[in-house]
Ligand binder design. Sequence first.
Ligand SMILES: [Zn+2]
Length: 70
Amino acid sequence: MPIFEYKCRHCGKVFEYLIRQNEVPVCPECSSRDLTKLLSMFSSNVKTGSRGPSSSCTTCSGGACSTCRR
Ligand SMILES: [Zn+2]
């Protein structure tokens, strides 16, 4: 089962979540479901910097991105 990293758009918490069938991840801090999905291969880049949600998307280098909704 894949483990994904998420960043909460609500409180900025970054956490890993083990996704099972159709399971919806929620923030362990504030129980928000407004999360940004991160790719673990880029996690080191994300963890070191604590930027705002809008500038922390590492799944795209610009343009349209379904993750950060730009
Ligand atoms: Zn949160």
